[in-house]
Design a protein around this ligand. Structure first.
Ligand code: HEM
Length: 421
């Protein structure tokens, strides 16, 4: 059996020279579990059944319209608590004051109900079957052309999964990362935090094939999510059901990427707060970071851990540290030299968490989640429970991929993913 050292050395390589046989096995692998769908569809109407509304409508068995017209009594005891009941009449001025207070509360309730219905309706526009009528073969075409892309570029699965994360991180999942500079836009890919972003041609290939069958229908933002989904399943990860119906943005900005993408040295605080803005729990955030089970990192992204001296964790693991230093010497001879993210970096599995636990996480953030009290328990759980990792990852990915999406008539459906129409 190879030692960690042997395996890690074997996986160190330089971009542009992928090794054939290992890459082919990426395509041969299949996911084992079907994912639970995280669907927001249909939630648009549930506002009418929200606890606040149901409560106000059922008190005293009155139906809602007459309840609204007859006012709403609220005693000092329960004022502000949301409880109360309807009264039949009032003549005193205090009654009149109470009555108008009641009417205010009812109006507020209606506004809340309307707002929750409106927000849910936006979410409801994303659906796994969004293109069922307009592009029925979409998923088959996308998967077929993604597989062809992988055969031409074995680094594609990891690259596309990261690309999808970087798209969603900068002003939402709107395919802005694919846009080239021009027509008032600057290039997000030019940000130093997009170091190593690659394989965009795979999305171009899928887009061309999809446009042939369903012209002007499917957004680049959705194609990126579908490709990321296929990247995960073709590498042995969960077969996820993803939401569709995003539209493409018309703006892109290098400085937005500079300020919104996370550096490898980001603190656990910053990472948790960034993902909580996308609706992710700490457990889901740790699962999403499990994406580092795939792919590589440039020496530049880990030099802070090696020089001028080893960080605390690496100094406790001299064998691993020595190996990293050998691959990434103090003055890198080739800036494209990369190191494997985990020791099975072409497979989507839970090895990343075992590596992190064994103090072999690659980036500072990978090591930080091992020791932070808010995340360390999940690292331990995922290290021993692959199924838990897979199911949490699916939920997490779908939440991230719904972040600030454009829907309905917003944005556009680009004809070419690299430029606005
Ligand atoms: C939470 C904070 C995160 C940080 C700080 C971070 C940082 C990084 C860095 C520095 C690299 C290496 C870039 C290079 O040197 O080439 C990388 C690679 C990668 N990241 Fe992350 N990442 C984070 C979260 C994520 C998430 C949420 C995903 C996916 C959903 C992801 C997927 C990947 C993948 C697949 C790679 C390998 C890319 C390749 O081989 O081309 N990362 N990440």
């Amino acid at each position: 059996m190879s030692s960690t050292f042997d395996v890690a050395v074997a996986k160190s390589r330089t971009i542009g020279r992928p090794r054939g046989p290992t890459g082919i096995s990426v395509v041969a692998l299949t996911g084992e579990k079907k994912g639970a769908l995280v669907s927001h569809e249909g939630q648009g109407l549930t506002g009418l059944e929200s606890p606040a509304f149901a409560h106000s409508c059922t008190v005293g068995t009155r139906n809602c319209p007459s309840f609204v017209s007859r006012g709403f009594e609220s005693s000092a005891k329960d004022a502000g608590s949301g409880s109360g009941h309807c009264i039949s009449s009032s003549s005193s001025s205090s009654m009149t004051r109470r009555r108008s207070a009641c009417e205010m509360r009812i109006a507020t309730l209606f506004l809340l109900v309307l707002c929750s219905g409106y927000l849910s309706a936006i979410q409801a526009q994303l659906s796994p079957t969004f293109y069922a009528a307009t592009c029925p073969n979409l998923e088959r075409i996308a998967r077929q052309w993604f597989s062809i892309g992988v055969l031409n570029a074995l680094t594609a699965p990891a690259a596309i999964l990261r690309l999808s994360f970087h798209d969603c991180s900068v002003n939402g999942c709107d395919a802005s990362v694919l846009l080239n500079a021009g027509r008032g836009n600057t290039d997000e890919k030019a940000s130093s935090l997009n170091l190593g972003i690659s394989n965009l041609q795979v999305i171009d290939g899928i887009k061309t094939a999809v446009e042939r069958q369903c012209p002007g229908v499917v957004s680049c933002a959705d194609l990126l999510v579908l490709a990321a989904r296929d990247a995960v399943s073709l590498s042995g990860g969960p077969r996820m059901t993803v939401q569709l119906g995003r539209r493409d943005g018309t703006t892109a900005s290098t400085s937005a990427a500079d300020s919104q993408l996370l550096p490898p040295t980001a603190s656990v605080d910053r990472v948790l707060s960034t993902f909580s803005q996308m609706g992710l729990t700490p457990m889901e955030t740790v699962a999403l970071l499990g994406s580092h089970t795939m792919g590589v990192g440039h020496c530049d992204s880990i030099k802070n851990r090696l020089y001028p001296q080893l960080d605390t964790t690496l100094s406790q693991n001299p064998f691993f540290a020595q190996n990293l230093k050998r691959q990434c010497p103090a003055s890198f001879s080739n800036p494209n030299t990369v190191v494997a993210n985990d020791i099975t970096n072409i497979v989507f599995d839970n090895q990343y968490f075992r590596d992190v636990q064994g103090r072999r996480g690659l980036f500072s953030i990978d090591d930080a989640i091992r020791t932070d009290a808010r995340t360390s328990g999940f690292v331990r759980q995922f290290a021993v429970n692959r199924q838990l990792f897979f199911s949490t990852f699916q939920t997490a990915y779908n939440k991230m991929a719904a972040h600030r999406v454009l829907t309905g008539t917003q944005g556009q459906i680009r004809k070419n993913c690299r430029s606005i129409n």
